[in-house]
Design a protein around this ligand. Structure first.
Ligand code: FEO
Length: 395
């Protein structure tokens, strides 16, 4: 995308990465992503907020050139991860007079990871300000969204909050304003992003949202995805996703080697649905784990369905359990179902992985071979138990 105007002196100058399909070798990107860099022209100073992933620096430089930028006074670095800071060393080469404005923790990250010289920095504190002449920035430390050094930057005159990863979405589009794409399309991407990146930090997210409540914000300009020009959608969603609220929903991540465990997963699903409970099945060797992360935001129960292989869970089930452990969802109940041939420690291994979640483990249903009538009945009993627990939870 070429440079796009946000307000009179504020421009998107970043890069849209339509083709990228995996982030950090970990997070699937079905909708691509963008690395949002913003240019702010003040009467006395010109500022760049964040940079782009290094392979896309030419796009950033072309956008700056297209706007006639010959001098940058300050590069505000809000976050040390390379998709936003990785091009700063090259920008310093091209604009040697530029100083890097950031907080102390982020400065140390940039020195450690990018070898930026310490004399290039201006260190700001929480609540500190920077004048551009006719415009003023205020810096707001917003740690743990998702790294400890992340900050946001508020442009007072234009009422723009530059929020870095906070409030972002991995959604590639050539329309800079969220209203041009529509919240109905952005919401699923923003929710996935929240599940994948923000879910382990909901306590910090609540504190950071509280910290923003006295600011008059007209635009939220994150470092990924469109700019929110009606902030109520993303703000209300973040408040809900980071709240304690759970819904009567069961997630069943499953893997099945010879079909028995899949029969069990599907029977449990239909038994739960007969009781009006929403159920999402995730085929662990086919489905997108980003969708699983999004579903974890508000699901009350997870049931991991796995066969026993080499005396333990299938490796994909271990991965799903580990994902749940590190994403730290608010889930209240966990169970394990599956089929085995001659025995093993499937339940013990999975229960140990998820033990840090402090969820109640409901009686597992682990059976020998193909499910028989009594096994299906045991799954129906598990559905009864989950239904009862959800009813008590909602009371
Ligand atoms: Fe988009 Fe944490 O970097």
């Amino acid at each position: 995308m070429a440079a796009s105007q946000i307000t009179q002196d504020v421009f998107f100058v970043g890069a849209v990465d339509y083709k990228r399909r995996l982030f950090d070798e970990l997070i699937p990107l079905p909708e691509g992503t963008s690395y949002n860099s913003y240019l702010v022209k003040g009467s006395d100073k010109t500022v760049l907020i964040d940079s782009v992933d290094p392979p896309m620096i030419d796009t950033l430089l072309e956008n700056l050139s297209g706007l006639g930028v010959k001098k940058i006074d300050y590069i505000i670095s809000q976050h040390g991860e390379q998709d936003h800071s990785g091009s700063i060393p090259e920008l310093i080469n091209r604009f040697p007079q530029a100083q890097v404005v950031t907080n102390k923790k982020c400065m140390n990250t940039l020195i450690d990871h990018l070898r930026v010289s310490e004399d290039k920095f201006i260190v700001v504190e929480d609540g500190g300000e920077l004048s551009l002449g006719n415009k003023t920035f205020k810096f707001i430390l917003t740690p743990w969204v998702h790294w400890p050094e992340t900050m946001s930057t508020y442009l007072m005159e234009d009422k723009i909050l530059f929020s870095c990863d906070f409030f972002g979405s991995h959604y590639a589009t050539d329309r800079i304003m969220a209203s041009e794409t529509g919240w109905d399309k952005i919401e699923p991407a923003a929710k996935r992003y929240f599940g994948e990146i923000m879910l382990p930090f909901i306590t910090s997210i609540r504190k950071n949202i509280e910290k923003l409540k006295n600011y008059d914000i007209e635009f939220i300009a994150p470092s990924h995805g469109p700019v929110h020009d009606d902030i109520s959608f993303i703000m209300d969603s973040y408040k809900e996703w980071s709240s304690d609220k759970l819904i009567s929903k069961v997630i069943i991540p499953y893997v099945s080697m010879h079909g028995s465990t899949e029969i069990m997963a599907r029977h449990l699903k239909s038994s739960l649905e007969k009781k009006g409970i929403e159920v999402l099945l995730f085929h662990l060797t086919e489905d997108d784990l980003g969708d699983l992360a999004a579903a974890l935001i508000d699901a009350a129960t997870i049931v991991i369905a796995t066969p026993t292989v080499l005396a333990g869970p299938h490796p994909q089930a271990i991965y799903a359990a580990y994902l749940a452990k590190v994403l730290r969802p608010k889930v209240r109940f966990i169970s394990i179902i599956g089929s085995y041939g001659w025995g093993g420690k499937t339940v013990e291994i999975l229960a140990d992985i998820v033990s840090t979640l402090k969820a109640e483990i409901l009686d597992p249903v682990v059976i020998k071979g193909h499910p028989k009538d009594e096994d299906l009945k045991a799954l129906e009993d598990l559905a009864d138990k989950i239904s009862l627990k959800h009813s008590e939870m909602i009371k």
